[in-house]
Design a protein around this ligand. Structure first.
Ligand code: NAD
Ligand code: BTL
Length: 490
């Protein structure tokens, strides 16, 4: 098996540790790849290469239109290799190939969007309040960016960071999740093929507590952009204070979905499932908290349970499979424990609540799609991010109560409202403390709209215009057109 390497200063190299890591398929635990395992010293070498490329190289000063052309070229290559990338992502994460194909389409869209944006920045002229002066604002690249990504959407989350960083003229070091690095490695090959200059993009494989920690602490890194869990995010925030780095955090979510009695039942039930069972619920914005108006609660739950029973688990490479496994044995155990805690607190398992019995699924990290009823906001299953195929159900009687329950969380990533009364929907979303809110839909995101969290779900916004601005410093340039002595101190 070919060993995958680190990419530093334009070269594919072995890590200093000479250690390797096996990468597994979560469907059957087969080894699918072997990768070089980096450490702090590799991260330092990559930061040094990125620093040199930023300070002494041409990338930051390359005309934005030329940078945009290279990002377009990367997009073309992603589109060319879309099927290979989708299959690699499914092997690595267990998600269905259909979902991965969808992701690859999104990823190409993200690169295309930021390629187009690269040369659309006109800066701004400020009306100076001082006579005989001009005042203007320009955007410049931040510098060296450390980028750390999670395992659940490996390449999608990487694309939200790589494309704007390049378009804005930065150099970067990326550390993908150590358990799902394969599509990121492939895209670094594509960036090399597209002609990104040596040192501009660097890839260090390895664990968070060494490689990730070094990127967060290193004083030569100007911006750290992180997507992952809250606990890690807090650690990174502390480490980033060493040199007051720019900080972008995309953290977890525990996302409510309010269903009013006047919602179209079939659509709301279908969307409640879409909200949570894609990628076995391992989605930051999964709608894992159903908050249902009491008068339709029983009918809704009955219809939901009937549908959930039919979800087909299996190999993501089979067309009939609707849901794949969880990412790892460790994560499976966490989801098992999460549901057991809920049961102890009084939640009732309406469907699921354990591992499937199908002998063909025993080598994979499968957990049954699960609905927990009789939940209340104080339960850990309602407050904690389970990151599995588990929905909790709460009831409400008034609009105010629904909003209060939805906001009763340390998270604020996303939320949904289902109703045919548009005024009610708008009143609700105006009060919901979340970075994205959907009316009569769930889990939608696209390159043009900003993405990020309120409260402990994060800091900053990826995607959209704000996604580019995260990778830019703002500079105010003031010019005195008639300089003469002030004589203040004479
Ligand atoms: N808000 C979003 O857009 C979004 C998107 C995807 C995932 N997520 C969140 O990600 C989490 C799941 O991903 P995960 O389990 O990979 O998260 P994680 O926090 O365990 O790991 C994320 C990344 O951080 C690295 N890391 C770990 N410890 C580190 C340290 N001390 N210093 C620096 N880096 C370190 C890991 O190696 C990995 O690359 C969930 O909470 C999910 O909600 C959020
Ligand atoms: C941001 N998103 C929804 C693509 C992946 C979250 O885990």
């Amino acid at each position: 098996m070919d060993k995958k390497k680190l990419f530093i200063n334009g070269e594919w190299i072995e890590s200093n540790t000479e250690r390797t890591r096996n990468i597994f398929n979560p469907y059957n635990q087969e080894i699918i790849s072997l990768v070089s395992e980096g450490d702090k010293s590799d991260a330092r070498a990559a930061v040094a290469a990125a620093r040199k490329a930023f300070d002494e190289g041409d990338w930051a000063a390359t005309p934005a239109i030329e940078r945009g052309k290279i990002v377009h070229k990367i997009t073309d290559l992603i589109e060319r290799d879309r099927e290979e990338l989708a299959e690699l992502e499914s092997l690595d994460t267990g998600k269905t190939v259909e979902e991965s194909r969808w992701d690859m389409g999104d990823i190409a869209g993200v690169f295309r969007y930021f390629a187009e944006m690269a040369d659309k920045d006109d800066g701004a002229i400020i009306e100076s309040p001082i006579p005989n002066s001009t005042s203007r604002v320009v955007h410049e690249p931040v510098g060296v960016c450390g980028q750390i990504t999670p395992w659940n959407y490996p390449l999608l989350q990487a694309s939200w960071k790589l494309a704007p960083a390049l378009a804005a003229g930065n150099t970067l070091v990326m550390k993908p999740s150590e358990i799902t690095p394969l599509t990121s490695i492939k895209v670094f090959e594509l960036m090399e093929e597209a002609g990104v200059p040596a040192g501009v993009v660097n890839l260090v494989l390895g664990p968070g507590n060494t490689v990730g920690a070094e990127l967060s602490e290193n004083d030569d890194v100007d911006l750290i952009s992180f997507t992952g869990g809250i606990k890690t995010g807090k650690r990174i925030m502390q480490a980033a204070s060493s040199n007051v780095k720019n900080l972008a955090l995309e953290l977890g979510g525990k996302n409510p979905n309010i269903i009013f009695a006047d919602a179209e039942l079939e659509t709301a039930v279908d969307q409640a499932m879409n909200a949570v069972f894609f990628h076995a619920g391992q989605i930051c914005s999964a709608g894992t908290r159903l908050i249902i108006e009491e008068s339709i609660h029983d009918d809704f739950v009955e219809a939901l349970v009937e549908q959930v029973k039919k979800i087909k688990l299996g190999n993501g490479f089979e067309a009939s499979t609707q849901m794949g496994p969880l990412i790892s044995g460790d994560h499976l155990n966490k989801v098992i424990q999460y549901v057991e805690n809920g049961k102890k607190e009084g939640a009732i398992v309406a469907v699921g609540g354990g591992r499937p019995e199908d002998p063909e699924l025993q080598n994979g990290f499968f957990y049954l799609p699960t609905v927990l009823t009789d939940c209340t906001t104080d339960m850990s299953v309602v407050q904690d991010e389970g990151f599995g195929p588990v929905i909790t159900v709460e009831k409400f009687t008034t609009e105010e109560e629904a909003i209060r329950l939805a906001n009763d969380s340390i998270y604020g990533l996303s939320g949904g409202v289902f109703t045919n009364d548009i005024a009610k929907a708008e009143r609700c979303v105006a009060k919901m403390r979340m970075g994205t809110v959907w009316i009569n839909d769930v889990n939608l995101y696209f390159p043009q709209a900003p993405w990020g969290g309120y409260k402990q779900s994060g800091i900053g916004r990826e995607l959209g215009k704000t996604g580019l601005e995260e990778y830019q410093e703002i500079k105010h340039i003031y010019r005195n057109l008639k300089p003469k002595p002030l004589k203040w101190f004479n």
